[in-house]
Write a protein that binds this ligand. Sequence first.
Ligand code: ATP
Ligand code: MG
Length: 313
Amino acid sequence: MTQNAIEIRNLRKTYRAAGNQPPKDALRGIDLDIPSGSIFGLLGPNGAGKSTLINILAGLVVKTQGSVKIWGFDQDVNPRQSRAAIGVMPQELNLDPFFTPRGALDVQAGLYGVPKSQRKTEDILELIGLTDKAEAYARSLSGGMRRRLLLGKALVHSPQILVLDEPTAGVDIQLRNMLWANVRRLNEQGMTIILTTHYLEEAQEMCDEIGIIDNGQLIARDTTANLIGRMDQKTLVITPEGDAPTAVPLPDGIIHTIGHDGTHAFTYSQSTITTGHLIEAIRAAGMNIRDIRTQEPDLEDAFLALTAKHPAS
Ligand SMILES: Nc1ncnc2c1ncn2[C@@H]1O[C@H](COP(=O)(O)OP(=O)(O)OP(=O)(O)O)[C@@H](O)[C@H]1O
Ligand SMILES: [Mg+2]
């Protein structure tokens, strides 16, 4: 096993001008190592360049510059080996409407040169929950079923690396849970997983490490825990007993908001004031506390802070 499943150096992609569309620098020099055995989340706003990067890994988009190694094989030097090491579930549905799930999986296995005796079509159908629909035309499958079939297609050649581009977009909650359970199992069996999602709670729960892309550049790369740990902000939410003062004299930097439900929220930086001192200040202002809870920062807070759009100056 190589130490890094993926090694990307100075990766650039410029889409050519088409019609009245100017050229687009979708990737502007990405350096990224993805450790083997990890579940790695590639996050970023719409149009950041995530799918472009993934489609380059998949061999679906031709890079403009830079190098990509997949499982130790340089894409340009060893195209066949690097392709064999990776399976990609694309964001766009690209199914032939006249294939059945079983047929689509068989054709895909054929494309990858998997001998009939080594095909795992039935296991994959089971894994993606399409055994019942194995003989139905793809065009008659629901959107969620089609996405699962795309996952199945990514698995036919037993790749070491599985890449999922928004696997749960439009998939219902039960299937989502099933999908993540399957992904986790594949990871426990040794498969490296790379995924994108706009559901940041899912990313927080699933991913060991996260890379954030914004406007074609990698702006953060850390463990999930460290990214969240960078957020210093915490919120104390108080339900007052009886009439609460509307103004609470507080040290600088604490934001006090009153919710529609009558709760008072105090947002503060953990490095400048302790929760104990804040509660003392609130009590001293005459507020009696009936109930209290705290809101810890999460991946969504870290993501929003990192990708915040600053007005052009
Ligand atoms: N085939 C193409 N031709 C021209 N421009 C493209 C093409 N594909 C993508 N782009 C542009 O490249 C940029 C990055 O797109 P990409 O699809 O990689 O973003 P993304 O991060 O996957 O976004 P999303 O979260 O919406 O899926 C966008 O500005 C997009 O408009
Ligand atoms: Mg995308």
